[in-house]
Write a protein that binds this ligand. Sequence first.
Ligand code: SAM
Ligand code: SF4
Length: 331
Amino acid sequence: MKKSYYCKRLNETIDFDAQKIFFCCATRTGPSINAKENVSSVKKIITAREHIIKQLDRGEVPIECVGCYDLVEQQKSKYSGLNFYKRIPKPNTIIVKHFKQCNSSCIYCAEQYISKRKIVLKPQKSDYYDLLPIIKMLYTKNLIDKKNLTVLFQGGDISVLEEFEDLVNVFVDNSVKKIEIATNGIIYLPIIEKICKKTFVDMDISIDCGCRESYKKIKTVDKFDDLVKNLKRYSKLPIQLRLKYILVRNCNDNIEEVSKYIELMKEIGIKISELTIDQCDPEFLEKKIFKIPPHYYELYDFWEKKCKDYNIYPSLWSYLKEILDRGEFFR
Ligand SMILES: C[S@@+](CC[C@H](N)C(=O)[O-])C[C@H]1O[C@@H](n2cnc3c(N)ncnc32)[C@H](O)[C@@H]1O
Ligand code: SF4
């Protein structure tokens, strides 16, 4: 029987990045098109996405998908792949990261190479393109799965993106199901108070430490106190608030700092913690393979136990769990 391939992410996602538009999630280098050449036409964007989905369905794997663990091989039959769906599903996940400006310059940041670590203090337009007209057009032409839509704001930092509030309003006016916002939390976003009554809001804030001195070292800006003040306000809202800690080797990868961070969470009353690993570790970038240092396992055990003692949920991304079990990650 003939083979065909299927990818859940490809069926769901459009990821608006600065130079490219990807058709799967933000963490991988999946199939994409050049943003500059295609942003003027939503039809071109949707056609390119459908072309890749059809290609997989025919059993052809585009080079960007080779080896991806999300790719599912199946026997082609009248009950599988596009035959099952009858028509290509509309995207139900939009990732917003078409801008790179930020009011911080974290030493580990995966995006900063493109903004050349310039710190931006006031909201401004993306250096690449405006997303608002594209999103409006996707709704007008009925090209997205409006009812089931999740929107992920990444970046750069949305607190210095001029069109952020307009984008949020368009999504909320169209009954978006869920909005996920990753921000450094340095600038308080009043719009969250307005939208949290209308849609499910998930906020993911990376603090990466538990005190002002370490914060300055990692984030390179002296904004720890501002962030703590904002966290106290966010923690009172009906939103899902996660406080993240990225382990950066020889910087914050020690029990004392992780402990201070969890104490701070307890003091503020934040209930979800995420401990993750720097994906831009110099060893990884250089050798394309990163062996998890043995003391990371001790840190994970400590973190999990302390979180549980304080009734904080220790959230572990499933992909990271696989990496920890395997002992390494690689490109
Ligand atoms: C690039 S940031 C943009 C959003 C926002 N400025 C922030 O810091 O949360 C998007 C997400 O990527 C994460 N991130 C950035 N660099 C990373 C790295 N080297 N390793 C792991 N996660 C990283 C951040 O913690 C954040 O959750
Ligand atoms: S706040 Fe976010 S986008 Fe800004 S430098 Fe840090 S990780 Fe990068």
